[in-house]
Design a protein around this ligand. Structure first.
Ligand SMILES: NC(=O)c1ccc[n+]([C@@H]2O[C@H](COP(=O)([O-])OP(=O)(O)OC[C@H]3O[C@@H](n4cnc5c(N)ncnc54)[C@H](O)[C@@H]3O)[C@@H](O)[C@H]2O)c1
Length: 321
């Protein structure tokens, strides 16, 4: 089979990560183009990963007609880029959050109907999270009761980048980071969220929230406490899963490991994984979907489900700022 010709729109931080991930699958795909409004950013990445350089994503799609494109721009520009890809029948891997609003996400899903659309909820491809899903599905933890999650760190780009401009980002940390937490909760429970209650706060001189806490409940009754902050200095990225028969912990600082302790255990069991990182695994899955015509693990429906929760979270917090 000929190599899949891939392109990337948006050559910033995560654009570089997508390029690295595609480069790890060089036997199956070829990076043909990189577009960024800042042509120098595209040029810099092309020096490492190859591909032709463009300052306009649509012009790149016209010139190169790739099989697939990663959309790695800030959220405000996701919909325009997806529509350009959809019009040319190009498969899309679109970064999170899907867009700034549920309505924009719906427009993305509508544009890509009948075509391959994968949203880049990369934690689905984190091996310890997949192992936790296996533990849950195998019944080891018993009935799920609560899931606690915290993603927190001092964000150096807060107040200095589009991340804290509401019109470009669609909101603050709730839509930027808690969007991952919601997807993780849905992936672990295998269930939709039916109740949502959020609180947000802003301590920096910025126009969006920089801390958010979200209490959710799934249709089957599992409670989630999801917490994120851009202002607390002790960085933490952790998911604790509590079941009636045991607990499992995904601690991102411990990298590729899952630890769990069951009711009868005297100590923790630590599972370690020698696996590719989640971005490489995510790209692998996207390429496989193109090769096989299969459905993506993270579909348009997942993007819509997450954005429904985001909208109701902002509503319950009485804030969209
Ligand atoms: N999955 C993850 O863990 C993860 C991590 C970081 C960022 N992201 C997401 O990835 C996206 C980009 O974030 P980032 O950290 O790479 O931002 P960034 O600011 O580092 O890079 C964005 C790049 O896009 C370019 N750009 C802006 N508008 C453009 C347009 N219309 N056409 C072409 N290029 C354009 C900018 O010049 C910049 O180089 C966001 O949606 C963000 O939420 C996801």
């Amino acid at each position: 089979m000929a190599k899949i010709r891939v392109a990337v729109i948006g050559a910033g931080g995560i654009g570089g990560t997508h390029l690295r991930a595609y480069a790890a699958h060089a036997e199956r795909c070829e990076i043909v183009g990189i577009a960024d409004l800042l042509e120098s950013a595209a040029r810099e990445k092309a020096a490492t990963y190859g591909g032709a350089v463009f300052s306009d994503g649509e012009a790149m799609l016209d010139a190169l007609n790739p099989d697939a494109v990663s959309i790695c721009t800030p959220p405000k520009y996701h919909l325009t880029a997806v529509r350009a890809a959809a019009a040319r029948d190009i498969a899309v891997l679109c970064e999170k959050p899907p867009a700034r609003t549920l309505a924009e996400t719906q427009a993305i899903v509508d544009a890509m109907r009948g075509k391959l659309l994968q949203f880049a909820f990369c934690h689905r491809f984190h091996t310890p999270l997949r192992a936790a899903q296996d533990l849950i599905q195998g019944g080891k933890l018993g009935e799920l009761v609560q899931i606690e999650n915290r993603f927190a760190f001092r964000f150096s780009r807060a107040g200095k980048s589009w991340f804290t401009e509401a019109d470009i980002a669609g909101g603050g940390i709730l839509i930027d980071t808690l969007v991952h937490s919601i997807d993780i909760f849905r992936a672990l429970t295998g269930d939709e969220i039916e109740r949502t209650r959020a609180a947000v706060s802003t301590s920096l001189p910025i126009e969006v929230e920089d801390s958010a806490s979200l209490l959710v409940q799934s249709e089957s009754g599992v409670i989630g406490s999801l917490n994120c902050s851009w202002v607390t200095p002790v960085a933490e990225a952790i998911v604790r899963i509590h079941g009636a028969e045991g607990q499992a912990v995904i601690d991102y600082d411990a990298d590729a490991e899952l630890r769990y302790r069951l009711a009868e255990d005297e100590d923790w069991t630590v599972q370690r994984f020698d696996a590719p990182d989640r971005f490489v695994a995510q790209a692998d899955h996207f390429l496989r979907c193109i090769e096989s015509g299969g459905d993506p693990l993270v579909s348009g429906a997942d993007g819509l489900a997450v954005m429904r929760v985001i909208e109701s979270a902002y509503e319950s917090a009485g804030s969209r700022s």
